[in-house]
Design a protein. Structure first.
Length: 118
């Protein structure tokens, strides 16, 4: 009977999938031209405002590659044909039921308004 072996440690040249995904999605530092801060009482130039806006946008987008949304996207996969067919059937039945309920409400209201004489 073979003896159980300890799990082998990952080699240095093998990166885990998570490390590869993080390195591909990590924001790359960019060299921005130096923009000068406005002095008190002096308005910022158009270019300074543009660079500030660009930096705000980049800060927001930098966090998208990490966190729960990225985790969901990493786990996402293409569904098998049978799984897709089953999901499509469930969605179509739901749309039909909601549409049928709406049509019944329309007929009921039409009938009630006909009784009232409106």
């Amino acid at each position: 009977m073979p003896e159980p072996t300890a799990p082998s440690a990952p080699r240095d040249d093998e990166e885990s999938l998570e490390q590869v995904v993080e390195s591909e999605t990590a924001p790359k530092p960019k060299a921005h031209p130096v923009h000068h801060a406005a002095k008190p009482g002096q308005e910022k130039s158009f270019m300074d405002k543009a660079w500030d806006a660009q930096e705000r946008v980049e800060r927001k987008w930098a966090g998208i590659g990490s966190g729960r949304f990225a985790r969901v996207l990493r786990m996402a996969r293409k569904p098998e044909p049978e799984e897709f067919r089953q999901s499509s059937t469930i969605v179509l039945v739901g749309i039909g039921l909601i549409g049928g309920i709406g049509f019944m409400v329309f007929l009921l209201m039409d009938w009630l308004l006909g009784l009232v004489g409106a």
